[in-house]
Design a protein around this ligand. Structure first.
Ligand code: GDP
Length: 375
C-alpha cells in the first residue's frame, strides 16, 4: 500500500524509499563487469556474432592461422576487453575466445584449456577475497559460456558432449547454433529438438532460466516464455550494414536475397542479445557467484582443511616423539596443535554451512526446473 503525499508527508516520511536509487547511483558509478567465454570450432561465426552483439570491432586485427599452425596449435585462450557505455552506464566486457577448439586436427586438450582458464579466474578471485584489499577486486570470473554448435551436424557430437560435460558445473553454458542461415525453419526446429534430447539423455544441465516473477507485466512474461522456448538460439551474424526497403539493417547479402540478422523470422539473434544483455546478464553473474563460485570455494576450503589435518597429524607425531610421551607440560608444539584444532574446526564449520547453502540452492534450482516444465 503506497502512501500518497499529503499534508503529513514530512512526518510519515522516513526516507528509505530512496534506497533503490542509492544502490542504482552507486552501481552506475562503479560500472559493470561481464566476462563471456566463446567456445566452438573456427569458422562458425563466433567473432562475427560477438561484434554484431556488442556493435564493436573486437577482432579487427585478427590473423587466421594457416593449416600448419592449426595442426601444431593446441587450444589457446585469447582475451579481449572493451569498455562500452550506453546512457551513462559503463560496461567492461571481456570476451575469452578459444580459437583453436575443434579444428578436427588436434582438439585433445580443448576442454583442459577451458576448464583451467575458468578455475584460474575462480582461484584468483578466491585469493583476492582473502587478501587485504577486498574493496577493489576485479571480477574476471567467466559469467557465461556461449557454446557454438555447427549447423551441419544432426545433433551434438561426442566431442561437444565431452566438453560440455566438463564445463557445465563450472560455468553457465548457453548453446548457440552458429550460421543458422544454412538451415531452413524445419531443420532448425529438428536440430534444436535433437540437441535438447541429447542433453537430457546425458544428464547435462545447462544454464537454467530463473522463473519469471508473477508480478511482472504480461509483455515481460511473454518475452520470457519466448526466450526459454528458443533455446538453443539459432543465430546469424553479420558486420555488414545493408539497405533493405529504405531501412539500414545488419545482414548478409546472397544472390537470392538478404538475411536480416535482426529479423526474428530469420534468426534468434535479437533473442540472444535480449537474453544476454537486457534481461539476464545480472542473473548470469548471480548464478556464477552463488552456484559455480560457491562450489569452487567449498572445494578450496575442503582442500585447505585436509592440508591442516595432515599438518596436525605431523605435529602430533613430532610432539609424541620429542616428549617421549612423559612430559605433561604445555609445550610449543601443544600450543600449535591447539591452534590447528581451532583452525580445522572453523573450516569444517564453514564447510558444513556452505554445503548446506549449496544444497538449498540446488533444491531451489530443481523446484525452479519443475515449475518450468509444468509451464
Ligand atoms: P570464427 O572463426 O568462429 O570466429 O568465425 P568468423 O566470425 O571469423 O566467421 C568465419 C566466416 O563465416 C566469415 O567469412 C564470416 O563472414 C562467415 N560468417 C560469420 N557468421 C556467419 C553466419 O551467421 N552465416 C554465414 N553463412 N556465414 C557467417
Amino acid at each position: 500500500m503506497s502512501k500518497t503525499p499529503s499534508f503529513d508527508k514530512d512526518r510519515d516520511y522516513i526516507g528509505f524509499a530512496t534506497l533503490p536509487e542509492q544502490v542504482h547511483r552507486k552501481s552506475v558509478k562503479r560500472g559493470f563487469e561481464f566476462t563471456l567465454m566463446v567456445v566452438g570450432e573456427s569458422g562458425l561465426g563466433k567473432s562475427t556474432l560477438i561484434n554484431s552483439l556488442f556493435l564493436g570491432d573486437l577482432y579487427k586485427n585478427r590473423q587466421m592461422p594457416n593449416v600448419e599452425e592449426r595442426i601444431e596449435k593446441t587450444t589457446k585462450v585469447e582475451k579481449k576487453t572493451m569498455d562500452i557505455e550506453e546512457r551513462g552506464v559503463r560496461l567492461r566486457l571481456t570476451v575469452v575466445d578459444t580459437p583453436g577448439f575443434g579444428d578436427a586436427i588436434n582438439c585433445e586438450d580443448s576442454w583442459r584449456v577451458c576448464t583451467q582458464y575458468i578455475d584460474e579466474q575462480f582461484r584468483q578471485y578466491f585469493t583476492d577475497e582473502s587478501g587485504l584489499n577486498r574493496r577493489n577486486i576485479q571480477d574476471n570470473r567467466v559469467h557465461c559460456c556461449l557454446y557454438f554448435v555447427p549447423p551441419w551436424g544432426h545433433s551434438l557430437r561426442q566431442m561437444d558432449l565431452d566438453l560440455i560435460r566438463r564445463l557445465h558445473r563450472k560455468v553457465n553454458i548457453v548453446l548457440v547454433i552458429g550460421k543458422a542461415d544454412c538451415l531452413n525453419k524445419q531443420e532448425v526446429r529438428k536440430l534444436k529438438e535433437r540437441i535438447l534430447q541429447d542433453l537430457e539423455d546425458n544428464h547435462i544441465q545447462l544454464y537454467q532460466f530463473p522463473e519469471c516473477d508473477s508480478d511482472e507485466d504480461d509483455d515481460f512474461k511473454q518475452q520470457d516464455r519466448e526466450l526459454k522456448a528458443s533455446i538453443p538460439f539459432a543465430v546469424v551474424g553479420s558486420n555488414t550494414i545493408l539497405e533493405v526497403a529504405g531501412k539500414k539493417v545488419r545482414g548478409r547479402q546472397y544472390p537470392w536475397g538478404v538475411v536480416n540478422v535482426e529479423d526474428p523470422e530469420h534468426s534468434d539473434f535479437i533473442k540472444l542479445r535480449t537474453f544476454l544483455i537486457s534481461t539476464h546478464m545480472q542473473d548470469l553473474k548471480d548464478t556464477t557467484q552463488d552456484v559455480h563460485y560457491e562450489n569452487f570455494r567449498a572445494q578450496c576450503i575442503s582442500q585447505i582443511s585436509q592440508h591442516a589435518l595432515r599438518e596436525r597429524g605431523k605435529l602430533k607425531r613430532d610432539s609424541i616423539s620429542s616428549t617421549n610421551g612423559f612430559d605433561a607440560a604445555i609445550t610449543e608444539t601443544d600450543r600449535l596443535l591447539l591452534q590447528k584444532d581451532e583452525e580445522i574446526r572453523r573450516m569444517q564449520d564453514m564447510l558444513t554451512q556452505m554445503q548446506e547453502k549449496l544444497k538449498q540452492t540446488h533444491l531451489m534450482e530443481m523446484k525452479k526446473n519443475d515449475s518450468v516444465i509444468d509451464v
